[in-house]
Each structure stands twice: as structure tokens, then as C-alpha cells.
Design a protein around this ligand. Structure first.
Ligand code: FES
Length: 431
């Protein structure tokens, strides 16, 4: 193409060479397609039905394909097999951790344990006042065989879903979920001897709890230092569970609680987890960064920014910092796209596929509707599973989302919250 251009010739437009996927309603894929491919078509239809009917129309589509079920007896680091496993699961217990945080214990519908990696989350669909809303909640239990699996939901101001779950959920209820998803995780290895510094604010403790319990169980020579900020003593989620762990583990788990509104006689840290308070805590705990420490941070945005600033001052390389940002859909500003049909060329597995994206549709919705087998999981900008590289054109994403600044600078976008503003080309890497 470049040589043609040098010679003054315009190459044939790429779009003319595109072969749109065969409309599925004109053939019977069960008859014409090999079995494995037919399964993929069924899966894609199911995903489209889920995204379209459930999110837009608020209906639950009938299952078209039985997705793989987890094998009972979950062990750590056995990842689920399908990243987009949308299904109904069972609530088996409900425990109120604090006045505004509830742990919801869950199993698969057949009673088998939910498989996940420590630090991952579930995307949960909840219908409130006739509207289906999706939120992500971390799995806060240790990822160990026989340990009951739960998410923990903290009520947020004006949070419709978190309030609904705190106020109404009961054992025997069911939840419609996707996932688990997320890369905020650790692969524990018994031979390791590591020191993790974990910084958590409020409900940011939920993935941290799963990470620290799991890693300290498997790596008997590793240790964790946790700095955990809350408003008051009674707001500390998992307060007793953490206290029990420090008793069991001795100096392998050191916890510094920091309270904004401490009770009388409090001798721990005070204030919000600001840059100054975090620096003070790290100094008081004698945390000297030797280039080997690994950091896990999760909490409200101001705390995360403060943590990055403090670690930056200590010359901690970004590669040693793992972070999980909770984005509340209430805080998101949407992307509306161009308002007209746009062509998105999707390079995948060595072929180009032209997909027309209708006004309001995300690239993911349009691609699934066209029968393409696209990677995705949470479908709400929170996990990064749908990350693709934008090769040209223009895409607008809902913000905030889980892409890091450097990923955006490298040209990555999320198809589940991305809408084209012009003709665009994207590439699904590794396909
Ligand atoms: S599917 Fe999770 S970010 Fe897009």
C-alpha cells in the first residue's frame, strides 16, 4: 500500500475487500458448521442475547448453550475456563460485617464452589425499580479449598445497587453474574519468600483480604504489611478476622489501622490516607524499599493517587505496584459515539472483519451481534478482558475505566465501553 502511494496510486479501499460475516439467520449453523464452531456461534448468540435483552430491555434471555461448569473442590489458581461465563448463582448466607457492609456467600447453582483467583471480582446484575444495573464486587474470601466464597458489598452514598444488596439480599436468593474477572491477583508459590505491602481504604480491603489470606496460607515464609484506612473503629470491615489472623501468623502479618475519626484513647494512625499520612505510616513501620517489595493498593481515588505519589517519591518502579480501581457507574461520564452508523474494521486471527456499529452501540455489542468471537468478561469497563489496540480512527470510551494511563498512551481501548466517532480499525491481539 505504501509503495502504491509512493507511485501516486491510491490502494483499493480496505473496506471493499471485507467479507461481512454470513448472516446467521440465513443458514442453519448446527447443520453447516463443525461442532466446535457451532458451539462458538451458540455462545456468541447467547452473549448477544444477554447484552441486548438484559442490559437494554431488562429481560433475562433463555440459555442457548450450557457453559462449562466449575469442577467441585476449587483450588487456588485454577482459573475458570470461559472469561465471559454469564450465569445465575445462589446466595447461601448473608453476614452483616458492619452497619453498611454485607458479605454475601455464594455457590454455583448446583452447590459447587465458585472458582476464582485471589483478588478477582464478579460483575453482578441487579434489578432495582425495574432497571437492570451492573456492578463489580470483589470476592473477599481466601481462595482455598473448602473456604466459603463471598463478595462483600459496602453501601455507598446514593448507591442503588449497594443499598439494595445491603437491605434486601437473603439466603435462597439468586444473582445473575459474569466472571470472575480481573488481573489484580497473585500466583502464590510455596517456595517464595516475599514481602508484600498492601494499602487499602474502606471497601478496598475486599480484594486485599482475599490476596493476603491466600498468599500467607501458601507461602509460609512470605509476609504482608497492611495499612488500612477507615472512618471509624466500627467501620473496619473484617476487623475481627484480621485480628485473628495477626494472632495466628505473628510477625508475618503486620497491620496498621488508620482512622479518620478515632475513638478516645486511640494510639494508631489518624486522618485520611493522604500522602503525608501514608509516608508517616510507612516510616513508622520501618518499610525500607529494597527493590524487592511488591505493593498492592486498592481504595478511593484520592487514596490511590496519594499512594502512587508516596511510592513515586520512594522510587518504586510501577512494575512492582498492582492496583485495583473501583469505578462507580454513578460517577461515569458516558460515551455517546458519533450518533451515526460507523464502520469498525476488526483484525482478528489474521483476517479483517467489517462491523457496522449502530448509534449508541458499543464496539463489543456490534461485534458479538455480527457473530465474532470477541474477548470480554465484565462488560462494564472494569476488567480489561476486552482490551484491543486501536490502529486508526477514533474511539470514545466511558470514563473512568480500568485502563491505565500508559495503556491509553499505547493506543489500547476497551470495546465494552468504546464507541466509534469515525471509521476505525482495531486489532484483537494474540488471536
Ligand atoms: S469486558 Fe471488562 S473491561 Fe471490557
Amino acid at each position: 500500500m505504501l509503495l502504491d502511494r509512493t507511485g501516486g496510486k491510491n490502494p483499493t479501499p480496505i473496506v471493499d475487500n471485507l467479507t461481512p460475516p454470513t448472516p446467521l439467520d440465513e443458514v442453519d449453523p448446527l447443520v453447516l458448521l463443525p461442532r466446535r464452531l457451532a458451539d462458538k456461534v451458540r455462545a456468541a448468540r447467547r452473549d448477544v442475547a444477554m447484552l441486548g435483552s438484559r442490559l437494554i430491555l431488562g429481560k433475562t434471555p433463555a440459555p442457548l448453550i450450557e457453559r462449562p461448569r466449575p469442577v467441585p473442590g476449587a483450588v487456588v489458581s485454577r482459573a475458570r475456563k470461559t472469561p465471559d461465563m454469564a450465569r445465575t448463582i445462589k446466595v447461601v448466607d448473608v453476614v452483616h460485617e458492619t452497619a453498611d457492609a454485607v458479605s454475601i456467600y455464594l455457590t454455583e447453582k448446583d452447590g459447587s464452589p465458585i472458582e476464582f483467583k485471589p483478588g478477582q471480582f464478579l460483575s453482578v446484575d441487579v434489578t432495582v425499580d425495574g432497571e437492570t444495573l451492573r456492578r463489580a464486587y470483589s470476592l473477599a474470601s481466601a481462595c482455598l479449598p473448602g473456604v466459603p466464597v463471598h463478595i462483600t458489598v459496602k453501601r455507598i452514598a446514593d448507591g442503588r445497587v449497594s443499598s439494595h444488596l445491603n437491605d434486601t439480599i437473603e439466603p435462597g436468593d439468586t444473582l445473575f453474574v459474569l466472571g470472575p474477572s480481573g488481573n489484580f491477583t497473585i500466583e502464590p508459590r510455596a517456595v517464595n519468600e516475599r514481602h508484600f505491602v498492601m494499602l487499602a481504604g474502606g471497601s478496598g480491603i475486599t480484594p486485599i483480604m482475599s490476596l493476603l489470606e491466600t498468599v500467607l496460607h501458601h507461602e509460609k515464609r512470605s509476609k504482608v504489611t497492611l495499612i488500612y484506612g477507615n472512618r471509624g473503629w466500627d467501620d473496619i470491615i473484617f476487623r475481627e478476622r484480621l485480628a485473628r489472623l495477626t494472632e495466628e501468623l505473628g510477625d508475618r502479618l503486620v497491620i496498621a489501622h488508620v482512622l479518620e475519626q478515632p475513638p478516645q484513647g486511640w494510639s494508631g494512625g489518624t486522618g485520611l490516607l493522604s500522602e503525608d499520612v501514608l509516608a508517616e505510616q510507612l516510616n513508622a513501620l520501618g518499610i525500607e524499599d529494597d527493590g524487592m517489595l511488591r505493593y498492592f493498593i486498592c481504595g478511593p481515588t484520592p487514596m490511590m493517587d496519594a499512594a502512587h505519589a508516596v511510592l513515586g517519591q520512594r522510587d518504586v518502579a510501577g512494575s512492582r505496584i498492582a492496583e485495583e480501581r473501583f469505578t462507580h457507574p454513578e460517577d461515569r461520564h458516558g460515551s455517546v459515539g458519533s450518533g451515526k452508523m460507523e464502520l469498525v474494521v476488526i483484525s482478528k486471527g489474521g483476517s479483517d472483519h467489517g462491523v457496522q456499529v449502530a448509534p449508541g452501540q458499543t464496539i463489543l455489542e456490534a461485534a458479538l451481534a455480527a457473530g465474532l468471537d470477541m474477548p470480554f468478561s465484565c462488560a462494564m469497563g472494569g476488567c480489561g478482558s476486552c482490551r484491543v489496540r486501536q490502529r486508526d480512527g477514533e474511539v470514545q470510551m466511558e470514563e473512568p475505566n480500568c485502563l491505565s494511563r500508559s495503556e491509553k498512551e499505547q493506543g489500547y481501548i476497551l470495546t465494552c465501553v468504546g464507541r466509534p466517532l469515525a471509521q476505525t480499525r482495531i486489532e484483537v491481539e494474540g488471536s
